[in-house]
Design a binder for this molecule. Sequence first.
Ligand code: FAD
Length: 290
Amino acid sequence: MKASAFAYARATSVANALELLTAHGEKAKVLSGGQSLLPAMNLRLIAPELVVDISELAELRGVVVKGGVLTIGALTRHVDLLKSPEIAAHAPLLRDAVTHVAHPAIRNRGTIGGSLAQADPASELPACMLTLGATIVVCGPSGERRIAANQFFAGIYETALTPQELLVAVELPVIPKSSTHFFHEFARRHGDYAIVGLAAQALVKDGQFADLRLGFFAVGDRPLLAKSAGKLVDVAVTPAVLAEASSALNDELDPLEDQQATPTMRRHLAKVLLTRCVSSLLARPDLCTG
Ligand code: FAD
């Protein structure tokens, strides 16, 4: 299928893009890498009257580390994240996650801003933003807004962005050097959207978690930063403690049913991921029952 007829404008600056979005409101759509927007238009799931192409705005591209903050421009492509020495040094969780996003052809065009604005609940990067405590920076007609990642994702394909706003950057606190991470997802084939996934970041001291952040995805209508992680912090993680955290996690999840899995299967897989994550981060084979 082909998209319905639409007008096209290539934005010459962020200000120009905002002018176009303000003038056209819900009838306009931003185009970054086009890896989600264009398939949706071709399938006629959406039919914007105007496509505002921001892909040439160089000021929205790149990774910078300054004052303990890693700033990633919205147009930074998945492939750029994979190759960035700053990401490898300061947010290696993100690098591991990106290897699971689609395939090289899509990673060569798709951007972090597009991925977060798309807000697919089975997507890897939104969950990483929760785990890493990101701030999403957006610009609109009334200036800049900074939104904590846990306030940004509002449901299936829904975010705190208004139709007049542009996601311009993501800010991540630089993680302590002693911090470790875990990323894994279950998918039918490598590159498919996850059936269930987990992006975790931890501080381990004397064989215990001093901090643990568990960002699950494909377990509900949006990514989830699991509160159950608290049950594993500052305690000796015995099989009984892990079982208690696992059971608490069960109550937090609200998985959806689709062709890939039932909610029961998703809950089970999330608990398997939790067990693998904990045993991997603490290097405890006795905890690895999944
Ligand atoms: P676009 O397609 O350009 O835009 C996506 C949406 O975000 C649109 O609604 C657009 O208007 C809006 N938008 C884009 N940029 C901005 C901005 N700066 N400010 C405000 N709104 C904006 N994704 C995964 O996460 N995991 C996968 O495993 C995965 N597998 C895929 C497999 C296939 C075959 C395909 C075609 C896609 C897959 N995707 C996957 C989706 C895709 O990789 C991402 O959603 C994509 O990279 C989004 O980035 P983009 O720059 O292409 O966004």
